[in-house]
Design a protein around this ligand. Structure first.
Ligand code: PLP
Length: 459
């Protein structure tokens, strides 16, 4: 018999979770104004809200916490982190920040001004928020196939070079300080960008004398897909692939809460000194002195170890196989999802799932609420609520895809938990035609409204 696959780790500590009753969930979600961000975590059985900061650290990471150096200036933990960043990316300059959006805030304060155009592949919500907050524009240049959830295109995160060229044709180069490439592309389903595309985008940027920064939250997952799917990379190690990826960038912002496998942290890294020096001023103002930037020494230590572990093939295989396991189950039950399966999450196509609910009634939020009620599973809407209103017209923006994201924390849940999620969605799918009305918004913030929005169900 062939020996089946198993995770390359075992459990050393556990945290109890409890499945609530449907009555309890009815009352909790009502009190939460039907916004899943408002639920208390003990009201949730399986929490797939996000893979951000929710991963389980290894024993070596916990060990590293104990040897953190809490010196205000010149901490050895800073230099340990600097060393692994240099080893993985080749970048000489780096600034720690307290998380990914802080990295965006610091970097964009230094380089983006009003009226600038920032092309990229489906910018993440905080990235777009930080661009629009500065009255600049995030231009989506994602490959069109990304928006066809049935297409099996292996690199749906790619940028469409024609769209990108048009941005350069229509705007003067000083209006485009940077192209932001998100690895993997979270918004469209954790879809990877190919090495070939990274190379072409970089060459195009250099031709127009602009720079490329990677929004690198899931850079290691992207490298795994390159190894698995792109010709010529099968025999390279993940660390070699990562190094080549970053050779096509001038720098990076990082949310360490994802592929750093830590609970908090972020950083910016730079190839050149000029932007590093500009950003340093803002880092000191917003985050902290340059050798800690909002992170404790112990957290920098745990991150350094996390970056080492996340770029090991065995870890990535277990991670991405679990996401695919959930994807396969949902496919078996006929549930419409983004294909191929992403790196950190399965995205359910809510407008196909709940065809009868018009986009004005937010089908993805409606489905996320149903899933919570069904089995205490918390997912997140990646659709019109998250897309915010147009900053100029104030109209709702309806993105090309209206999805529910099932984000899987790293090294946290077993495949039994995935079975529960799949069964819950299948039950809802069976009775989907009974769901005839969606939800409406009662109260919202002017930017990043999904975090605090108040909602009511329409009956
Ligand atoms: C999470 C994330 C961010 C923001 O990082 P935080 O650590 O949550 O502030 C930016 N870009 C991408 C692609 C992300 O996934």
């Amino acid at each position: 018999m062939k020996i089946p696959y198993a995770e390359p780790f075992k459990t050393k500590m556990i945290e109890n979770i409890r499945l609530s009753t449907k009555d309890e969930r009815q009352s909790w979600i009502q009190k939460a104004k039907y916004n899943l961000f408002n639920l208390h975590s003990d009201q949730v059985f399986i929490d797939l809200l996000t893979d951000s900061g929710t991963g389980a650290m290894s024993d070596r990471q916990w060990g590293a916490l104990m040897t953190g150096d809490e010196s205000y200036a010149g901490s050895s933990s800073f230099f340990k982190l600097k060393e692994i960043i240099k080893e993985l990316t080749g970048f000489d300059y780096f600034l720690p920040t307290h998380q990914g959006r802080a990295a965006e805030n610091v970097l964009f304060s230094a380089i983006i001004k009003e009226g600038d155009m920032i092309p990229g592949n489906a910018h993440f919500d905080t990235t777009k928020g930080h661009i629009e907050f500065r009255k600049a524009h995030a231009i989506d240049c994602t490959e069109k196939k990304a928006y066809d959830t049935e297409s099996l295109e292996p690199f749906k995160g790619n940028l469409d070079l024609e769209l990108l060229k048009n941005v350069f044709k229509e705007n003067s180069p000083e209006k485009i300080p940077v192209i932001i490439v998100t690895l993997t592309c979270n918004t469209i389903g954790g879809q990877p960008v190919s090495m070939n595309n990274l190379k072409k985008v970089y060459h195009l940027a250099k031709k127009h004398n602009t720079r490329v920064f990677f929004d690198s939250a899931r850079f290691a997952e992207n490298a795994y897909f390159i190894k698995e799917r792109e010709e010529g990379y099968q025999n390279k190690t993940i660390k070699e692939i990562v190094k080549e990826m970053f050779s096509y960038a001038d720098g990076m912002t990082m949310s360490s809460k994802k592929d750093g496998i830590v609970n908090i942290g972020g950083f910016i890294a730079f190839k050149e000194k000029d932007w590093f020096e500009k950003a340093t001023v803002f880092n000191i103002m917003f985050e902290g002195f340059i050798t800690y930037g909002g992170m404790a020494g112990r957290d920098m230590n745990a991150l350094a170890q996390g970056l080492y572990e996340v770029t090991e093939y065995d870890y990535l295989k277990s991670r991405i196989s679990q996401v695919a396991y959930l994807g396969e189950k949902l496919k078996e039950y006929g549930i419409p999802i983004q294909k191929p399966y992403g790196g950190h999450a399965i995205f359910v196509n809510a407008s196909k799932f709940l065809k009868q609910i018009p986009k004005e009634e937010f089908p993805a939020q409606t489905l996320a609420i149903e899933l919570y009620l069904e089995a205490g599973v918390r997912a997140v809407e990646i659709g019109a609520i998250m897309a915010d209103r147009d900053p100029e017209t104030k109209e709702n923006r309806y993105p090309k895809l209206e999805m529910v994201r099932l984000a899987i924390p790293r090294r946290v849940y077993s495949n039994n938990h995935m079975d529960v999620v799949a069964a819950a969605l299948s039950n809802i799918y069976e009775r989907r035609e009974k769901l005839t009305r969606g939800v409406s918004i009662i109260k919202e913030a002017p930017i990043l409204r999904h975090f605090t929005v108040e909602i009511k169900r329409l009956h």
